[in-house]
Design a protein. Structure first.
Length: 333
């Protein structure tokens, strides 16, 4: 059964996939290795995606108190970053979800409502951003959700007339999200040693969360109605990502209840398979926890029309060679 129509709202993220009535056996150890690789990859990609928003062209917007006019701004931005495709494709492939084509990257979108206010006495500004998509469904069997929160503090180390503005900053970002899909008509067997754990009509969910501490340096220079800018960002993130499966389980052709559940847990321990949580007759989950550093360069240009700014920003992540871009519009004094 093809599910193209049920995931139309997620096309920008990962393209179309399909899952048919599949009766297949996969290695449970391989599944756990795949979720580890998925978590490792997301640990690099999530803080990069979370850095979208608040990349305003002006390295420093001026003071709210002590200057006329008072300096502040509000706006909205949206864009996307890329993530390597292989780790994602490997994980969902264990559940019989197959891409109809091969990609090098998948696209992770983001948006944020933004506000920034200038400081007082000292040359600093403070920014806040927020993006949210509640769990929504596309068709009957596909849901997605998304949350982005962030704040930063920038201090102007150079703010002189006729010279470029230079600032350094520190911020914190939180990114959470996931998707879920029901794969009707599927029986999936996961084997280890001489045992078989079977899933029927599984509901698969992938989820991720990342909290990152972000350090930036930025330079900008306004020239008539344009402001080119360039910045460098270093982040340290605490991330976790993985899957949840809801399904009626059977173990060696017996329902997973009572003594069978105890035997399954014992056999997993004896086989050295770890990382499977919340295991009962209704499913199980597995989450990988990873900390990682990220280093990115960002820059672009804004067009300044009276109190309106139109920002175009490009980004590149050095540690995994992924890239991204945003388009933003704001009111700014």
């Amino acid at each position: 059964m093809k599910i193209y129509g049920k995931i139309a709202g997620f096309v920008l993220v990962m393209g179309l996939w399909y899952a048919g009535p599949v009766f297949a056996a996969e290695s449970l150890r391989g599944l756990q290795d795949a979720v580890g690789n998925f978590s490792d990859q997301l640990a690099k990609s999530l803080p990069f995606n979370a850095s979208l928003g608040l990349n305003w062209s002006d390295a420093y917007i001026g003071k709210l108190i002590g200057e006329l006019p008072p300096h502040f701004g509000v706006g909205i931005s949206g864009g996307l970053t890329t993530m390597d495709f292989d780790a994602f494709d490997d994980l969902v492939g264990y559940f019989g979800i197959n891409m109809p084509f091969s990609l090098k990257h998948i696209l992770i979108p983001a948006y944020a409502v933004e506000a920034r206010v200038g400081g007082f006495f000292l040359p600093f500004d403070v920014g806040l951003k927020f993006g949210w998509l509640p769990q929504v469904g596309f068709g009957s069997d596909f849901t997605i959700n998304y949350t982005l929160l962030g704040a930063d503090f920038r201090y102007a180390v150079l703010d002189r007339k006729f010279l470029p503005k230079v600032s350094v900053g520190v911020g914190v970002n939180y990114l959470g999200g996931g998707f879920g899909t029901t794969i009707n008509g599927m029986i999936r067997d996961f084997t280890f040693d001489s045992h078989t754990l079977s899933l029927t009509d599984p509901e698969l969910g992938l989820s991720w969360q990342s909290t990152s501490l972000d350090f930036t340096a930025q330079v900008s220079k306004s020239i008539f109605i344009i402001t080119p800018y360039l910045g460098l960002g270093l982040s340290h993130a605490w991330s976790h990502a993985g899957y949840t499966v809801n399904s009626a389980l059977s173990y060696n052709d017996q329902p997973v209840t009572g003594d069978v559940l105890a035997a399954l847990n014992r056999d997993l321990k004896n086989a050295g398979i770890t990382g499977i949580d919340d295991l009962d007759q209704n499913g199980f989950s597995s989450m990988g926890v990873v900390t990682a550093w990220g280093l990115r360069v960002f820059g672009g240009i804004s067009f300044n029309l009276a109190v309106l700014r139109l920002d175009i920003t490009g980004m590149f992540n050095f540690f995994d060679a992924n890239f991204g871009g945003t388009l933003g519009m704001r009111f700014q004094l």
